[in-house]
Ligand binder design. Structure first.
Ligand code: AMP
Ligand code: ZN
Length: 458
């Protein structure tokens, strides 16, 4: 029996699928304008563990995770770079796929891209207008929040909080301060699509509602994403979809991962305290990043540090040492024992699951279980792979070295750090990021702290 914490009810509930023959899940995917940072990877890895678990429990799982490839941040970045949104999003989508594959995240069943669903978004907006839930004003189409009696059930915000949250984009044409955009006009030089309301582009929230409807139907089982998406994104997805579907529930279970933090601040582009997956992969194997992301409960904040990453790498060295003893297999066709699975069935208690593997590994090392012990091998591999780990041959694992093994001297590194600081002060973030990435590619990791930038060789 699977139990999951449902944000809608704020309770741990037994999971009961709508159709046990096909469990359906939607997770909000990335906005592809830049490299993913490790915080962005947390929902991908967390919901990948859930996807693997559901696949063991049910014959078929339809997992939809979108790519947001039209959004103002993408348009701004493409303009800055002097390239089309198509070339920017093609490159960053590829980088996202490569990075997530390095973290052993399985591809979702369907990966819809927003630009391929504009017609469905327009159709859904037209439905909302016809039903009196949306209105046209100055080339925009807005969702009218007071038209939905039970708006706000997911985030449980008061009217004052809703208005404060929506205040960021005050617009004179809004009927209500909490109303949000479904469609907005594009200037001639901006990307846009023809619509009944003129040439324009969709708002972010309607993108997910339309992609979910098309791929999973009006109602599905699980909807996931990071904690920061509860309001306004998921609240507005619910409003759009329920009002378009005569009140039908959008998803029965809502799941949200907590933040990855750095010194207790949310890792984010805006705070500039992030590490891209790309730069960290030069410093540690993807499985070590993945284990670090799974070391705490998915709903709790998780503080990231280079030390935590090194600890994850050291733990995997020990696990791979045990795998060497019992012998590596590329495929294992048994499920983990119930003593392990029980931890994951209890709202994905990955840290308990990891401690189960630790005990097994200690046993293998202590008892010097002889090569070819099939029971120990099957248990080790089935448990580790339930977490998406231990896919490599131990011999390859132990050959791993930080990329580049930098030949840079301390003086050269310090000069690069000074150049990066100068670029930042000149607000030339493209150049400062380039320097950081170039150093990372040579195995030098920068850490920005209150006392300035420090660095380590990978
Ligand atoms: P964004 O590109 O900001 O829309 O984020 C993509 C996904 O990453 C969303 O599900 C966010 O909730 C999630 N996310 C962003 N930053 C973090 C973080 N520091 N920790 C955990 N999840 C995050
Ligand atoms: Zn979404």
């Amino acid at each position: 029996m699977l139990y999951i914490h449902n944000t809608l009810t704020r309770k741990k509930e037994e999971f009961e699928p709508i159709d046990a023959a096909d469990v359906r899940m939607y997770v909000c995917g990335p906005t592809v304008y830049d490299f993913a940072h490790l915080g962005n990877a947390r929902p991908i890895v967390v919901f990948d563990v859930l996807y693997r678990l559901l696949q063991r429990l049910y014959p078929r799982v339809t997992y939809v995770r979108n790519i947001t490839d039209i959004e103002d941040k993408i348009m701004d970045r493409a303009r800055e770079n002097g390239e089309t949104i198509e070339s920017l999003t093609a490159r960053t989508t590829q980088a996202f796929h490569d990075d997530m594959a390095a973290l052993n995240a399985l591809p979702p069943t369907v990966e819809p891209r927003a630009t391929q669903y504009i017609g469905d978004m327009v159709a859904m907006i037209e439905k909302l207008v016809a039903k009196g839930h949306a209105y046209v004003a100055e080339g925009h189409v807005l969702f009218n929040v007071p038209s939905m009696g039970n708006y706000g059930e997911l985030s449980r915000r008061s009217r004052d909080e809703l208005v404060a949250g929506a205040r960021v984009d005050v617009a004179p044409y809004k009927k209500d301060a909490a109303d949000f955009v479904l469609w907005k006009p594009s200037a001639p030089e901006q990307d846009g699509w023809d619509s009944p309301w003129g040439r324009g582009r969709p708002g972010w929230h309607i993108e997910c509602s339309a992609m979910a409807e098309k791929n999973l139907g009006a109602t599905f089982d699980i909807h996931g994403g990071g904690l920061d998406l509860i309001f306004p994104h998921h609240e507005n997805e619910i409003a759009q979809s329920r009002c378009a579907h005569d009140g039908a529930v959008l998803a029965n279970y809502w799941m949200h991962n907590g933040f990855l933090t750095v010194n207790n601040d949310k890792m984010s582009k805006s705070l500039k305290n992030f590490f891209t997956v790309r730069e960290l992969l030069a410093h540690a194997p993807g499985e070590a990043l993945r284990l670090a992301l799974l070391s705490g409960h998915y709903r709790s904040p998780l503080d990231f540090s280079i030390e935590a990453l090194q600890a994850a790498k050291a733990k995997l060295d020990r696990w791979y040492g045990a795998l060497r003893v019992v012998a590596y297999e590329p495929y294992v066709d048994c499920n983990p024992p119930s003593s392990f699975e029980g931890a994951l069935l209890d709202d994905m208690n990955t840290s308990l699951a990891i401690s189960h593997i630790d005990k097994l590994v200690n046993n293998i090392h202590a008892k010097r279980i002889t090569e070819g012990d099939d029971a120990a091998k099957n248990e080790l591999l089935s448990c580790a792979r339930a977490l998406g780990l231990l896919y490599q041959n131990p011999e390859e694992w132990f050959k791993w070295k930080p990329a580049g093994q930098s030949g840079l001297s301390d003086e050269e590194i310090n000069a690069q750090i000074a150049a990066r600081l100068a670029a930042r002060q000149a607000k030339n973030y493209a150049e400062s990021d380039r320097i950081r990435d170039a150093l990372a590619a040579q195995g030098v990791i920068l850490e920005d702290g209150p006392a300035g930038t420090t660095w380590r060789r990978g």
